[in-house]
Design a protein around this ligand. Structure first.
Ligand SMILES: Nc1ncnc2c1ncn2[C@@H]1O[C@H](COP(=O)(O)OP(=O)(O)OP(=O)(O)O)[C@@H](O)[C@H]1O
Ligand SMILES: [Mg+2]
Length: 504
């Protein structure tokens, strides 16, 4: 196996059931270079990279490594040629240790390959790229960022010269993103090449040398990032200006919709991670919970929406005690939920798009008549969701798992918001959305607010929180260290509050 100095995709086309996902795509990466791949949800980015990783075969086109054509008919082929990939959704075995997962994915592992040798290698790689890694930890004990590092080590151990990362930052905290970028810059300095898919224009500007933009399966441009800025990138991608500012007008304070009264919630490890917390969210309000991931935000959201037990205290939705009710009954009380782990909790991947368009709503009158589901109504509903949320799909008769990552998100968002729930709990609603869809979603949240809805928004994106929220709570170690009105000058110190070094 020779080191990859240059990799080229030439004239790559790929269709699914006659629908083109990639059309005549040309793309080049050189060693020591980080290439950004940018494009709207459904543009064909993941498909193209899956072809490079040997998961899909192109219908036509060539792949050349160091100017010689290669055929990549399986991931093993790609790994042999020095190509590694970290997927949009990780593929680790949750109840195995780091070491076991790496051994499983190690292509040179003979049956009895000594784990000790792999452990030594993991330690060596961790040192070389400056990160901490305990090989005996189980995957489920790791944060998203740590799991991702396991995937990266797996790829590097297999000798990857080219590392493909599909939306690596959407599940990471700002600190973890910084750590990841350090690793990538080290890799680059050591002559590796990286292709990174991301919707975050700042990241492209920050880390990529070049960017290639795909629109509806076709390359519409490539450029050195040094010659571009955020706006020109956005224009290249969606062919119009993107307004990076949503308008939020003042609205009078409405009635209480959500009342959280002294709740305590335990985390996966059995210790309290939400501690005696109380707050209310009103009509016409977006209440934001900011904070570094891992400070109890996820558990708080899960407790309110009924997927995690509340140990003490009480939650009310529109005056109804919903403490420890089932998610379905909490839904009936008026709460819709955009969960953090959307692929796990938000959809049934094997079902058709139209089925997923009414998940949890099957019992609503308009969709069921006596015992039977009204399929024509459901199909109409699915069609209107697809249209208004611009879910890019060729039909509603596709299995949901075949939608692109961002389009699955849009479907869930549309489903939860379109019912106009009195209370919407949204965790990181713009994760995985392209800039156009992000803009649209933010508008939808503001519309919901204007119509009298109450929204509890969990987000790590400070820009998003500042733009959308009427009040902002900062969560640290299971408590709010401050709750501020959006105009409060003390928000200048939000970073300190998030780090726990300032308490108001
Ligand atoms: N296995 C499959 N079967 C059928 N259609 C597919 C399959 N995989 C992808 N597609 C379709 O190909 C198109 C491109 O999807 P792809 O996942 O490559 O988009 P993407 O650019 O990665 O989008 P996102 O930013 O949302 O992740 C979409 O219309 C998608 O529905
Ligand atoms: Mg994708």
């Amino acid at each position: 196996m020779r080191k990859i100095k240059k990799l080229e995709m030439r004239g790559i086309s790929k269709s699914f059931q006659g629908n083109p996902a990639n059309r005549d795509i040309n793309l080049t990466v050189n060693s020591g270079e980080i290439l950004g791949l940018l494009g709207e949800n459904g543009a064909g980015k993941t498909t193209l990279m899956n072809i490079l990783y040997g998961l899909y075969q192109p219908d036509s086109g060539q792949i050349l490594i160091n100017d010689e054509e290669v055929r990549l008919t399986s991931p093993l082929d790609s790994i042999h040629h020095g190509i590694g990939m970290v997927h949009q959704h990780f593929m680790l075995v949750q109840n195995h240790s780091v070491l076991e997962n790496i051994a499983l994915g190690y292509e040179k592992t003979p049956f009895f390959f000594p784990k000790i040798r792999i452990r030594d290698k993991v330690v060596e790689f961790a040192r070389r790229f400056n990160f901490a890694m305990d090989p005996t930890m189980k995957i489920w004990q790791l944060s998203a960022g740590e799991q991702q590092r396991v995937e990266i080590i797996k790829a590097l151990l297999n000798g990857a010269d080219l590392l493909i990362l599909d939306e690596p930052t959407s599940v990471l905290t700002p600190q973890e993103i910084e750590d990841l970028f350090h690793i990538l810059k080290d890799m680059k300095a050591q002559g590796h090449m990286v292709i990174i898919i991301t919707h975050k224009l700042d990241e492209i500007m920050d880390i990529c040398d070049r960017v290639t933009v795909i629109q509806k399966g076709t390359v519409v441009g490539s450029a050195d990032t040094a010659t571009m800025d955020k706006r020109s990138l956005a224009r290249m991608m969606i062919g119009r200006e993107v307004l990076f500012n949503a308008e939020r007008e003042q609205l009078p304070k409405g009635d209480t919709v959500l009342k959280v009264d002294g709740i305590t919630v335990k985390g996966d490890k059995g210790t309290p991670v939400v501690k005696n917390m109380s707050f209310e969210v009103y009509e016409n309000e977006i209440f934001g919970v900011a904070g570094v991931a891992g400070n109890g935000q996820r558990e708080l959201g899960e407790a309110i929406t009924g997927i995690r037990a509340i140990e003490t205290g009480r939650v009310e939705v529109k005056g109804v005690d919903t403490t420890n009710m089932s998610p379905r009954r909490i839904y009936d009380a008026g709460l819709s939920h955009i969960p953090e782990e959307r692929i796990r909790f938000g959809i049934a991947p094997g079902l058709f798009l139209y089925d997923n368009s009414i998940l949890k709503q099957h019992h609503l009158k308009k969709f069921s008549k006596k015992l039977f589901l009204e399929y024509s109504q459901i199909r109409d509903h699915a069609k209107s969701l697809v249209e208004s949320y611009r879910v890019s799909t060729h039909s509603i008769d596709v299995q949901t798992k075949n939608l692109s990552g961002g389009n699955i998100q849009k479907l869930i968002l549309g489903r939860e918001i379109s019912e106009k729930p009195p209370l919407l709990v949204a965790s990181h609603p713009t994760y995985g959305l392209d800039v156009g869809a992000t803009e649209y979603l933010r508008e939808e949240l503001l519309t919901r607010r204007r119509e009298g809805g109450a929204i509890l928004l969990f987000s790590e994106d400070l820009e998003e929180v500042m733009k959308l929220c009427d009040r902002i709570a900062v969560m640290f170690e299971g408590e709010f260290v401050g709750v501020l009105d959006s105009g409060d000058p003390r928000l200048a110190d939000i970073g300190l509050m998030m780090a726990g070094s300032l308490r108001l």
